[in-house]
Design a protein around this ligand. Sequence first.
Ligand code: ADP
Length: 224
Amino acid sequence: MLAKYVHFSKRGFFSCKYTDKSLYYVKFMEKTLVLIKPDGVSRAKVGNIISRFESVGLKIIALKMVHPKKEDVDKHYALTEEWMMGVFTKAKAKYEAEGKEFPYPDHTTYGGEIKRGLVDFLRSAPIIAMVLEGETAVSLVRKLVGATEPASSPPGTIRGDLSHDTYALSNSQNRPLRNLIHASGNAEEAEKEIKIWFTETELYDYEHVNDKAQYDPTWFLPQE
Ligand code: ADP
C-alpha cells in the first residue's frame, strides 16, 4: 500500500512527508559516545578515526576537544562489579590462551588498578569527545573499534590497524592499554556517557545528505 502510494505520487510531496523525522528517525536511530584518548590525539590519529565513522555513514552530531577533569573520568569509568569482572576475565583469558599464568589474584584489586591508571591516563592530555548518530550506531561503532587489546584486534578495525599494544606490556608497565579510543558498549551506557561529556545544547540536529540517501524510503524511486 505504502509502496504503491509512493510510486504513483510526485516525489517532492512524499519526500517532504517522509523526511519528517518522526517517521524514520525516532524508531531506528541511536546515539553513541566516542572518546579519542590521549594516545590517539598525540599520535595524530584523529582525522583517520573520524573519517572511518564518516565513511560508514554515521552522522557527527557533537564534537569537541577537552582536557578531562578527574570527576568526569571517574563517572565515565564507574567502578562497578560488572566492569571489574569484565576487565579481569578478558585479560585472564588472553594470558591463558598464550599459555601464561595470570598473576593477578582477584577482579577487585585488578579492576581498581586499571581504573586508577585510566583516570590518570585520560587526565594527562586533551582528548576528543564526539557523539555519532545512525541506525544501530552503538554496535556499528564497536565493530569498527575492535577488541580491547590492540594486538588481538583484527585488521580493518581502528585498534587493529592503528595500534598494537598488549595486555602483557601494559600490565608489566602498570598502565592501561593504549588502545586509542573509547566507544559506548550499549544504548544505556551511551545515554549515560553522552550526559557526562555534553550538555543537551551541544548536540546538534541538522540535515545531512546521508539522512536521505540512507534512510529516506522515498529516495531512489523511479522519476515518473
Ligand atoms: P573497552 O574500551 O574495549 O570497552 P573495557 O571497558 O573493558 O574495554 O576497559 C576500559 C579501558 O581500560 C580499555 O579500553 C583499556 O584502555 C583499559 N583496560 C581494560 N582492561 C585492561 C587490562 N587488563 N590491562 C590494561 N588496561 C586495560
